[in-house]
Design a protein around this ligand. Structure first.
Ligand code: ATP
Ligand code: AMP
Ligand code: MG
Length: 192
């Protein structure tokens, strides 16, 4: 039996994860494979909405204990999918008022059992501009130096995930106007 691929895609806010993943889904569907695209934040938000939260960008401001509860619940839900390719759109860490909270702590990795980790990245200036331009979201505005620091923290967090899971890690550039290239490289990196 061919094992299904559980691909965890991370990237700092505004780097273009969701955009690239949507393109990957279109390409993989043309190849007669079943693919499930899941957004970790959306699954957390669906539960949080029942308790009155109005905006997904408020999730990271909830008490850490509540974020952890929603996080574990989302991981449990994600682990139930059985498609050939399961893509999980998420974050290596969440910037919270209490510090950088891991998006993929050990208990989440144990539930999801990822087969591949992908870091979507871009030039710091590109990320900065995307955050400034995209009015559909309420992202925290950050200086270029802060974005550089976030990329360093992401790298450290993802090394730990790859070591703990024993699954490979790839870093893919999503440069301006190069969406197709980024999507193609990710598909190759997951062995499809
Ligand atoms: P978040 O973590 O906050 O959900 P994200 O990483 O999913 O962010 P997107 O919402 O996919 O980011 O993209 C942010 C913005 O960048 C969007 O306006 C999108 O259209 C734009 N964008 C993404 N990729 C590219 C690209 N290769 N070239 C130009 N613009 C892009
Ligand atoms: P996104 O649309 O990817 O920015 O996700 C929205 C929000 O969901 C993020 O700002 C976080 O608050 C939350 N979120 C997403 N993934 C995780 C995760 N793995 N652990 C904890 N919170 C997460
Ligand atoms: Mg997104």
């Amino acid at each position: 039996m061919v094992e299904n691929k559980k691909v965890v895609v991370v990237g700092i806010p505004g780097v273009g994860k969701t955009t690239v993943i949507n393109r990957i889904a279109e390409i993989i569907k043309e190849r007669q494979k079943t693919i499930k695209v899941t957004n970790f934040g959306t699954i957390m938000f669906e539960v949080a909405k029942e308790n009155g939260l109005e905006n997904r960008d408020e999730l990271r401001k909830l008490p850490i204990s509540e974020q952890k509860r929603l996080q574990k619940d989302a991981a449990d839900k994600l682990s139930k999918f059985e498609d050939d390719v399961i893509i999980i759109d998420t974050h290596a860490f969440i910037r919270t008022p209490e510090g950088f909270n891991p998006g993929l702590p050990y208990y989440v990795l144990q539930i999801i059992e990822p087969t591949h980790f992908i870091i979507v990245t871009a030039k710091t200036e590109e990320i900065y501009n995307r955050r400034m331009k995209d009015e559909t979201r309420n992202r925290d505005k950050a200086a270029i130096t802060t974005i550089k620091k976030e990329l360093d923290i992401q790298s450290a967090m993802m090394s730990a995930c790859s070591i703990l899971s024993g699954s490979p890690l790839s870093q893919i550039q999503n440069n301006e106007g190069k969406l197709e290239e980024a999507a193609t490289k990710i598909i190759k990196a997951i062995g499809l």
